[in-house]
Write a protein that binds this ligand. Sequence first.
Ligand SMILES: NC(=O)C1=CN([C@@H]2O[C@H](COP(=O)(O)OP(=O)(O)OC[C@H]3O[C@@H](n4cnc5c(N)ncnc54)[C@H](O)[C@@H]3O)[C@@H](O)[C@H]2O)[C@@H](O)CC1
Ligand SMILES: [K+]
Length: 502
Amino acid sequence: MIKVLSAEQINKWDLFTIKNEPISSIDLMERASEAFVKLFLANTKGKPKVDIICGPGNNGGDGFAIARLLIENGLKVNCNLIDFGLKLSEDCRKSYRRFLDISQVNIVKQANGLILNGDIIIDAMFGSGLNRPATGLAREVIQLVNQSKSKTIAVDMPSGLFADKVNLSGKIIEADWTITFQAPKLSFLIPESGFYVGEWSAVDIGLHAGFLEEESANYFLFEKSDIDCSLFDRNKFDHKGKNGRVLIVAGSLGKMGAAYLSAKAALKSGAGLLTVHIPRVGYVPMQTSLPEAMVSLDPEHDFVSKIDKVDEFDVVGIGPGLGMNPKTGEVLKQLFTSFNRPLVIDADALNLIALDKELLNLIPRGSVLTPHVGEFNRLFGKCDDGLERIEKVKLIAVEKQLVIVLKGAHTVVATPDGEIHFNSTGNSGMATAGCGDVLTGIISAFIARGIDSSTSARVGVCIHGWAGDIAENTVGKTALMASDLLCALPQAFCNVKDSDFI
Ligand SMILES: NC(=O)C1=CN([C@@H]2O[C@H](COP(=O)(O)OP(=O)(O)OC[C@H]3O[C@@H](n4cnc5c(N)ncnc54)[C@H](O)[C@@H]3O)[C@@H](O)[C@H]2O)[C@@H](O)CC1
Ligand SMILES: [K+]
């Protein structure tokens, strides 16, 4: 689990390493630049011509060291220093002088003095030390870089982006790839600011592990290697009743596919017994497409209106394709007051709660809500930006003792203990109908198997994204659809079991 630190904490980590390793700050800069260059060269074909843009701080110092290392590796490099009339930081000046020993620097006092004539731009103007939005000369330089057709690779952070807040005033480099040092910054994980980062990779620059052990964090990045594979152990003498009894309540006229997707995902995620409660319209398709599922039929033909005998289940997953009939809203109320184990609440179930917010107070503790941003806004109101939304999610999870899964590129899992985990798996091909229904099934199956709901949500989201990545490798992002996730789930679980190698 990676702790996502603030800019101030990162700076402290840097200083801690310098003092306790010990290592000089210029050698640490050299090590960071070597790590950047190694990854850059491993992903670069041929010998592209590189334009580098350096600023006055240590990010600029990295830029000069990177420029020198690239020349030593046989690349042609054009190096610009943006002159804001500021004194160079001590290490930037040292790195600049080392570069001058082997090549020249174009000093840029006005934007029209910037030279960009290569194939790739490396942005080392500002990093985590940005202390005000990029305006004036910085703004003009960034504008020229963003207009250029060259690929842009940011050193540590895109210039103009703050590390730990969403302040999008001023101009910001729109990077294609950001090679960041040691760990991702908070702003990479939030939709509005993450847009500027492009793809990102964190390179290990050997910052001191001792610092992390002591330092507390508000946010974490949950990785595949954080999944405890013993969660999925099966006992030789288990029978199906031991592996969890799941009830999925889903589907309405025209939306029966959602019920199928979540039900099948629950079975593929290890549920021992699965019952789907659906309106009559779905009886034949469900029984034919998913013979492993037991079907509980609603009295209504087109929508869910009534559920009996929920006590026999370990978990209820409710919402996919449910529709918005008021009688279905009554079912929610009945369920929340009669079932005292966790529920997984998704899609139209969330929209029905948004119409009658009193229902929020009836949801059993430890239940998992899985809204996307639209559903979240309907339930809890709009926020100014993604970071404010995450803080709100955290407060609600603690206050109502619920697990909230805010779905997005880096899905956020907020747990009743106040922790926030960002997910690290998945891809944009998964932004398509039905993928959320699959997630409901996965998390429901885990809870039914006795895994606590916070862990079920974190691990479920990670496995879901992992299946998405496997599916992307097979079918690509464009063709990816929710059924491909179902096909990829077995491989994702096998990977967890073999994950000693990760
Ligand atoms: N923390 C770490 O682990 C390491 C950090 N290193 C590098 O150091 C960077 C941080 O260095 P610094 O703290 O020196 O900060 P930066 O290099 O990010 O920028 C600070 C400089 O830019 C100026 N500045 C800030 N905002 C400005 C604006 N809007 N317009 C004009 N000038 C502006 C400041 O006055 C200062 O001179 C990291 O991003 C990384 O690239 C690496 O060298 C090595 C290890
Ligand atoms: K940068």
